[in-house]
Design a protein around this ligand. Structure first.
Ligand SMILES: *Cc1c(COP(=O)(O)O)cnc(C)c1O
Length: 355
């Protein structure tokens, strides 16, 4: 217990991010970053000229970037909210849309930040168990009467539900916000974005951290009805009005100008995902179907914790959780073909030793 910190945080367990070793000696398949660098246009946009303006605050409204995002997604700037990573966006959403009479609800196996934000803010919350095979049953959320947070596709399972299912959840909870966290939507999933024109309680969150190779730039955004965006703005201007820095805004605009580059990278990731899944199946692994840039996989011969440790000892980082329902499993980010071949070689070595 801390001598100076408010006792209301005594029970708070902070989110534990994936390891970020700074010496680059690992094949890093643990935090779902893109293995590909930002596009050449991004490197050019973050130049001496832009850096030379760092003495000035950035545009608090982020007008230029919001305009480009609105254009990209066929909405209006009033439908767009910018945040310092979708983590900040999620925090603002918990703050804005939950309270004692509007408890939060999310799956028991999902993004680890949801329960942390709920506890940080002292909010009541319910974790709704996924069904057999980590399948989310939309009926569990219909007419729930709570503020709902669903990652679609889900992390760390990689599974998605249909846009029709999402519509059913949004339609049957008209007095509550339904937040759909689409961090991984650009790896083969289908976005529910078109529904924001029909439903004023739907909040769609995306990020530049995965598909757009900009995890280090920290940029997330929400697409929703102008009312929900205004609510988020109120929280933002009460917290940190300059939440997006100049260099990130310049990088993000250049990113949106290079869409073919990123679509091509996503194609490569999806091909490597199929390749890795197939090779793992030959080694006896069970892998959940994934529409993301990672796979959730387990091996009958090695438990998840052992696999994680043995891979790390051999220079490959993957993610494992000591949580009963998923302790058999590891989440493996899909990288380049070369990275996946190193990963598969190390797995073969481990199986030879323990098998
Ligand atoms: C990675 C991730 C985020 C956070 O993304 P940032 O924009 O880097 O903060 C949010 N939600 C899910 C489900 C994620 O996997």
């Amino acid at each position: 217990m801390s001598r100076f910190m408010s006792s209301r945080f005594d029970g708070l367990e902070a989110y534990v991010p994936g390891e970020q070793p700074q010496d680059m000696q690992y094949v890093k398949l643990n935090t779902n970053e893109s293995p590909f660098p930002p596009s050449p246009a991004v490197l050019e946009a973050v130049n001496r000229e832009e850096t030379g303006r760092l003495n000035l605050y950035p545009d608090p409204e982020g007008k230029a970037l919001r305009g480009r995002l609105a254009e990209t997604y066929g909405v209006r700037p009033e439908n767009v909210f910018l945040a310092n990573g979708s983590d900040e966006l999620l925090f603002f959403a918990f703050m804005a849309f939950c309270d004692q009479s509007r408890p939060a609800a999310f799956p028991n196996i999902s993004y680890g930040f949801y329960p942390v934000y709920a506890r940080l803010l002292g909010l009541p919350y319910t974790e709704i168990p996924l069904r057999e095979g980590f399948v989310l049953n939309p009926k569990d959320y219909c007419g729930l009467g709570k503020t709902i947070f669903i990652a679609n596709p889900n992390a760390p399972t990689g599974r998605a539900i249909s846009v029709d299912s999402i519509e059913e959840i949004v339609r049957t909870n008209p007095d509550h916000v339904v937040l759909i966290d689409e961090a991984y939507i650009d790896f083969g999933g289908q976005s529910c974005l078109p529904l924001i024109k029909k439903y004023d309680n739907l909040l769609v969150c995306q990020t530049f951290s995965k598909f757009r190779s900009l995890a280090g730039g920290r940029l997330g955004f929400a697409l929703a009805s102008p009312g929900l965006i205004a609510d988020l703005e109120k929280i933002k201007y009460s917290t940190n009005s300059y939440n997006i820095n100049r260099l990130t805004m310049a990088a993000a605009i250049a990113t949106l100008d290079s869409s073919e580059y990123y679509v091509e990278n996503s194609r490569k990731i999806q091909a490597n995902r199929a390749y890795t899944t197939e090779k793992l199946a030959e080694l006896g692994f069970e892998t959940l179907p994934s529409v993301t840039n990672f796979i959730f996989t387990r091996c009958p011969a090695v438990d998840g914790g052992t696999l994680y440790r043995e891979l790390k000892a051999r220079g490959v980082l993957v993610r494992h959780w000591d949580k009963a329902e998923i302790s058999d499993w590891c989440r493996v980010t899909i990288g380049t073909r070369e990275q996946m071949d190193i990963f598969l070689d190390r797995v073969r070595e481990i199986l030879k030793e323990v098998g």
